[in-house]
Design a protein around this ligand. Structure first.
Ligand code: GAL
Length: 657
């Protein structure tokens, strides 16, 4: 467990560097990420490299005893490169190139950019690959940020056709898979196929889904190119990328498969402002962030990281990019840092060392103010560094792996499919996945987030948010694991090609859930369908969606809850559970608690502002609320952080007995 910081030597006079490095070290920082946006300074003119300043910056950091996370600078191609190769610019759905003057102005499919990236990455990796201060690498910066995964350039379309050929082999197979007989959309050759934009009404959803899959594969291909170069020049140094919070535009599992460390950039207040949360929640958690938002991302990235995941960028104070940018309450930077460690992080790295007084992010806080005084976040980072030392001294296994008995399946294609073919305007997959996750966290569980292809062995409970395309072997893996599995509505509702399965949903889940979803309906946001749980007084509502289930005659399916009109709302068959709708939060939590108990787990109702996480020897408690929380039944001597009384914005950690 260690701390890091993001630093931009090129933004500051060289006379500050040594003092910066000395103060970082004194604060307890161990690693410094640099150079991800420095291309125009590394190669000011085509082929003319200026290494001298970067050599000196790395030496200053290394001499101070800091480890460098060296980045490839490809998120910001310089002006001269764009002028030479305008085809680098990504193209929007209206066919308009996106301009120079900010960042991420490149198309993953542009051959010129692929080559230019190869050249700059090779130059940087060859120069610093074996430098003693360079300990880690980061490829690029936040793939996909600012909506830059999908491009509609001629280069992208050309590569899409090749991708389709590899997938379908013959044009007849593609026509069948997409159902192109419908509306006379049949093609005679792959070369006739364009990007699915600019059509009179909606383009074929199978065509759109394949375009998204293709665009996602382009990100993985581009990243792999960079990783291969770094590995060739810098053997033994782990390679990372900094992913984004709740970002779903490419398949992160595929990109992470080529990395050593999955890292992500955590901005809990910016996220709260930007995401779907209701105004009351935005007000309640205005200066703390939602208690499950950062941890959801921690658990997502923990699952795909070979080494312990990192937070590559941690919000240190107010940000600049949300609509409204409140300041964190004192204590929150510390709380967020410990929350990351409690969820398995190897490093928390703050963004950034010092607030920049110029350009786009001048309103974004750093650990230091622009006049170089330590800000609140800086003081809290120093406290975390001290606490890390205390924890490590007391418990050698405080940085052990997290072991969860509950898993949540999280799938990127599901997001694209429901976005392309929603059937109900607000069928927003990441939100529903998050709501299930949040219900599990509110019951006190540690949760692994896993892909649909993962082994389910060792879990007592697996929760599957709406998963339209279910892998063929999923039912067999469920059966083999012995876990209880809860499926959200629409699970098994589509084939890989985005068609309705021949025997109707739940398609390949029929062996687990012998039933037939014969009709569906989507519901406006203001509609709530009453639901009653059989043989209990539990009631609640279904929202947004209803699967109408035919259980068949002589069925062995147990209907455990019904809608007011008698249709099943929740059915169980052995250890498989199926929700025919999205229940309100309270009912979701109640049902998860009941199923978890049946699965042999012990849920604990924590409410909306207290969260508990376990790692290694320690149990951590985080207080997102406004009142002191008293921990019962723990010896005072067992605490290594805090005490039995956890203040608002407070953290406690005690030895798990
Ligand atoms: C991240 C990005 C950083 C910086 C930061 C500001 O998305 O990687 O470069 O822009 O946001 O919050």
């Amino acid at each position: 467990m260690r701390l890091g910081v993001c630093y931009y030597p090129e933004h500051w006079p060289e006379s500050l560097w040594e003092d910066d490095a000395r103060r970082m070290k004194a604060l307890g920082i161990e690693q410094v990420r640099i150079a991800e946006f420095a291309w125009s300074r590394i190669e000011p003119a085509p082929g003319e490299y200026d290494w001298a300043w970067l050599d000196r910056a790395i030496d200053v950091l290394g001499n101070a005893g800091l480890k460098v996370v060296m980045c490839t600078p490809t998120a910001t191609p310089p002006k001269w490169l764009i002028d030479r190769h305008p085809d680098i610019l990504p193209v929007d759905a209206d066919g308009k190139p996106r301009g120079f003057g900010s960042r991420r102005h490149y198309d993953f499919s542009s051959p010129s950019y692929f080559e230019a990236s190869r050249t700059i990455c090779t130059a940087v990796a060859a120069r610093y690959g074996k430098h003693p201060a360079v300990a880690y690498w980061q490829t690029d910066n936040e793939y996909g940020c600012h909506n830059t995964v999908v491009s509609y350039s001629p280069a992208a379309v050309a590569r899409f056709r090749e991708w389709l050929k590899a997938r379908y082999a013959t044009i007849d197979a593609l026509n069948r898979a997409w159902g192109n007989v419908f509306w006379s959309m049949e093609y005679r050759s792959f070369d006739e196929i364009d990007a699915p934009v600019g059509t009179v009404t909606e383009a074929n959803p199978s065509h759109r889904l394949d375009y998204r899959r293709f665009a996602s594969d382009e990100v993985a291909r581009y990243n792999r190119m960079q990783v291969d170069i770094i590995r060739a020049h810098s053997p033994g140094r782990p390679v990372a990328h900094n992913f984004m919070q709740l970002f779903t535009e490419f398949d992160h599992y595929k990109v992470a498969a080529d990395l050593d460390v999955a890292t992500w950039d955590s901005y809990p207040l910016g996220a709260l402002d930007q995401q779907w949360f209701a105004p009351e929640l935005k007000a309640q958690f205005l200066r703390t962030g939602h208690p499950d938002f950062a941890t959801f991302n921690h658990d997502v990235y923990r699952g795909m990281s070979k080494l312990p995941f990192w937070v590559m960028e941690q919000q240190p104070g107010p940000v600049n990019w949300a609509q409204w940018n409140p300041a964190p309450l004192p204590g929150m930077v510390r709380l967020w840092s410990w929350e990351a460690f409690a969820h398995g992080a190897g490093c928390v790295s703050y963004f950034r060392w010092r607030q920049a007084p110029f350009a786009q992010e001048q309103m974004h806080a750093g650990l230091n103010t622009p006049d170089n005084r330590l800000d609140i976040g800086g003081h809290e980072a120093a406290r975390v560094a001290e606490e890390i030392r205390a924890v490590a001294a007391a418990h050698a296994d405080a940085d052990a792996a997290v072991h969860a008995k509950v898993a949540l399946v999280y799938d990127y294609e599901a997001k694209w499919l429901f976005e392309i073919h929603p059937q109900g305007a607000d069928f927003h997959y990441p939100r529903f996945a998050f709501e299930y996750y949040s219900a599990l966290r509110a019951l006190g569980f540690d949760v692994d987030v896993i892909p649909a292809s993962a082994s389910l062995d060792g879990y007592a409970l697996v929760v599957v948010p709406p998963l339209p395309v279910v892998p063929d072997d999923f039912a067999a893996r469920v059966a083999a694991s012995g876990a209880h599995v809860v499926f959200g509505p629409r699970s098994g509702s589509k084939t890989r090609d985005l068609q309705i399965p021949a025997q109707l949903p739940p398609g390949p889940l029929a062996s687990l859930l012998p039933m037939r979803v014969w009709r569906v309906e989507s519901l406006r946001p203001n509609i709530a369908e009453r639901v009653h749980v059989d043989a209990t007084t539990i009631e609640g509502h279904g929202r947004r969606w209803r699967d109408l289930i035919d259980v068949g005659s002589g069925s062995t399916l147990d209907v455990r809850a019904r809608f007011a009109d008698g249709h099943p709302a929740y059915v169980r068959h052995g250890s498989a559970h199926y929700f025919a709708t999205l229940f309100d939060d309270r009912l979701t939590e109640q049902l998860f608690a009941r199923i978890a108990t049946e699965a042999g787990l012990a849920p604990r109702v924590l409410g909306d502002s207290l969260r508990v996480s376990r790692r290694g020897a320690l149990t951590y408690v985080f207080n997102y609320g406004e009142r002191v929380h008293a921990i019962d039944g723990v010896d005072a001597a067992d605490f290594v952080i805090g005490s039995r009384e956890v203040e608002p914005q407070g953290v406690a950690a005690y030895r798990t007995r």
